[in-house]
Design a protein around this ligand. Structure first.
Ligand code: ZN
Length: 334
């Protein structure tokens, strides 16, 4: 095992085989045929802005797709799109989730929560999971590992302060991560005495899977790192990417339903899966897009054996049914 420091890049061998043809039955609670994880990305206020010391304005996941960054200046056209997400989008999404009594995992950018602190305790009280989506919504590759580590601790501080829950976060998804990110958040969680349930920095499967802990190569005991994979295809951000995006709510809805149907069928055959649905306040929180999410919620509400679960619940289930072993890390389940 090569020795590493906490600042080293985390580059495990690529897990290209996984479960192969022996896909395990995840034994979802209640014999469910599918686990559906709704994820709300809460990023508004954590994006690039010269007020935060960045070089220019944000350009990622906005309506005006080709708008360049305004270097050295504020761009209130883009800024106000982000404002919409926090002001109108998130409250609208919350009302929708309440209507269906579905709980989500909220990928929470700590700076976003700090700017709308009234939402923290409310989201926790409504049963949503507060997971970490970084301290700010910026590209971690532009940071040094030392700086990134500082950001992770600050993310923990802010999430705890503004939710009032000293045990958050239990899951991490940085997204635009550096090659050191998973090692750094494993380490930060450990140093802070937090339960580290999962990483969602992967799109690599339709089931949770184990990797060796990034801390093992630092000489720590290998407790494994559970991956709860996320999805960029069942994701509303494709409304606002050039080229291959959704042009209407129908597109998004149809893709969600097709995905659900295929996975549900596999569940009926004894190879149940999980489905991730990625949502953004400023994107699908727009009324013309929200309709697709509501129609999808209605659709899955008509089916038997659907477990709408938070990612921490899926992680706890997996840890109980399939605790970490080196064999499982290599995709073998027995
Ligand atoms: Zn995100």
């Amino acid at each position: 095992m090569p020795s590493a420091t906490k600042y080293s890049e985390y580059l495990p061998e690529r897990p290209l085989v996984g479960y192969g043809m022996d896909q395990p039955d995840p034994h979802w609670p209640g014999g469910a045929k599918i686990a559906v994880s709704f994820v709300i990305n809460w990023e508004e206020g954590g994006e690039r802005n010269i007020l935060e010391g960045d070089s220019g304005s944000e350009t990622f996941i906005i309506e005006h797709l080709t708008r360049p960054s305004r270097i050295g200046g504020r761009d209130d056209m883009t800024e106000s799109e982000f404002e919409y997400g926090g002001r109108a989008g998130l409250p609208r999404l919350m009302r929708l989730f309440k209507k269906y009594n579905f709980k989500s995992t909220i990928y929470t950018v700590a700076a976003a929560l700090e700017r709308a602190p009234y939402l923290g305790p409310m989201l926790v009280a409504q049963g949503h999971e507060i997971a970490s989506h970084g301290d700010r919504w910026i590209n971690s590759m532009a940071m040094s590992p030392e700086e990134e580590e500082e950001h992770m601790h600050q993310a923990i501080d802010r999430l705890q302060k503004y939710t009032g829950d000293p045990n958050v976060p239990r899951g991490w998804m940085i997204g635009r991560r550096s090659n050191a990110s998973p090692r750094l958040y494993c380490r930060a969680a450990k140093e802070r005495g937090l339960e580290f349930l999962y990483s969602s920095d992967s799109y690599g499967d339709d089931l949770p899977y184990w990797l060796e802990s990034p801390l093992a190569s630092e000489g720590e005991p290998d407790e494994g790192m559970l991956v709860i994979p996320y999805s960029l295809d069942c994701n509303d951000f494709r409304f606002v990417v050039p080229g291959s995006g959704w042009s209407s709510g129908e597109d998004f809805y149809n893709h969600l339903v097709d995905t659900f149907d295929v996975l549900y069928e596999e569940g009926l055959e004894g190879r149940a899966k999980m489905m991730s649905v990625g949502l953004h306040n400023r994107c699908v929180g727009r009324p013309g897009r929200l309709a697709a999410v509501e129609k999808f919620m209605q659709y899955i509400s008509t089916k038997e054996g659907v477990w709408v679960a938070r990612r921490d619940e899926i992680a706890r289930h997996w840890r109980e049914k399939f605790p970490y072993t080196v064999e499982r890390c290599q995709g073998r389940m027995l």
